[in-house]
Ligand binder design. Structure first.
Ligand code: GLN
Length: 305
């Protein structure tokens, strides 16, 4: 059976968070996303029940928010096989549950993703996106401005992926890349209804509490702001990470490697420069740009009890 934890485990009105396959998909502290949702819900007096589902366990269909993290190529392929056979995550998304997926998890939500040799493999078909493999890895800090209709603002995160992602009809880009790679075409992440994916680790919701609150509000309705004392450390972390980001135009993983200034990470997955982005020169972050994408419909109102 999936294991439960949390002070309100099983309580009737509690918010049910489901952490999917941490044994296969949890790199770069993705578990922090679960911790932040728990904390920010409880600070608002919302009881929370967290369910941790390993890859040998069925995915419950009655969760409110499902979380998936990133993973290396082979665990990602195994996760895809098991999740497709299980069907629970797809069913929950179909019933209106919130899904938040990072990197490998994001790619898995799509119609297909690139296997270890780049071969197309079937995804979960929850989001109309297709991922393949670029020529080199995107490694380092990423900054991106979220679709203003979502009211989240600027994202800070860390990325390490070779996947490139293209969005199909019915799916909107989550954000526009200011520095880093993201989807590989100047956009970052994707969302449709209450399903949202991103390339950002970091963990994403620790660095971007407004994104955490968006997910919570999709599941639980409008939330009051937290008091300044409870936000202090998060704001300091955001400031520090944003200050560490080198400037540079959004990059594509399809482009051929170019000569790099000495001291920067190489294009084939070499070590990222501390605090920076492999292959992107340092400097200030460019000013926020207008988001050019089409306006997106507001999320559907919660339909779950
Ligand atoms: N294996 C995938 C890729 O390289 C996802 C990596 C990740 O989750 N960090 O694109």
């Amino acid at each position: 059976m999936p294991s439960r934890r949390g002070a309100h485990a099983g309580g009737p009105g509690s918010l049910r968070l489901v952490w999917v396959y941490p044994d296969l998909l949890s790199t770069y502290g993705d578990r922090g996303n679960l911790l932040v949702l728990e904390r920010r819900a409880r600070l608002r007096g919302l009881p929370v029940e967290s369910v941790i589902v390993n890859a040998d366990q069925p995915v419950p269909r009655q969760g409110d928010i499902y979380l998936m993290g990133g993973g290396e190529d082979l665990p990602q392929i195994l996760a895809a096989r098991r999740l497709r056979a299980d069907g629970g995550l797809r069913a929950a998304a179909g019933h209106g549950a919130v899904v938040f997926a990072v990197c490998a998890g994001y790619q898995l939500l799509g119609v297909e993703f690139g296997g270890e040799e780049g071969q197309p493999l079937p995804g979960l078909e929850i989001l109309n996106i297709r991922s393949g493999r670029g020529e080199r890895r995107g490694v380092g800090e990423i900054v991106a401005d979220v679709d203003p209709s979502l009211g989240v603002g600027r994202l800070t995160g860390f990325e390490n992926h070779q996947g490139v992602t293209r969005l199909g009809p019915g799916v909107s880009p989550l954000a526009r890349v200011v520095a880093g790679v993201g989807n590989g075409d100047g956009t970052e992440g994707a969302y449709a209804g209450r399903v949202l994916g991103t390339y950002l680790h970091g963990p994403a919701l620790v660095r971007n509490p407004a994104l955490a609150d968006l997910l919570l509000s999709w599941a639980a309705g409008r939330l009051p702001p937290l008091n300044a004392r409870d936000e202090e450390w998060t704001l300091r972390l955001r400031e520090q990470r944003l200050a560490a980001v080198p400037a540079g135009p959004p990059r594509s993983l399809d482009e051929r490697p170019r000569p790099r200034p000495p001291g920067l990470g190489d294009a084939s997955g070499g070590p990222a420069q501390p605090g920076g982005h492999a292959g992107v020169p340092r400097g200030g972050i460019p000013a926020r740009r207008a988001f050019p994408g089409p306006p997106s419909p507001p999320p559907r109102p919660p339909t779950r009890p």
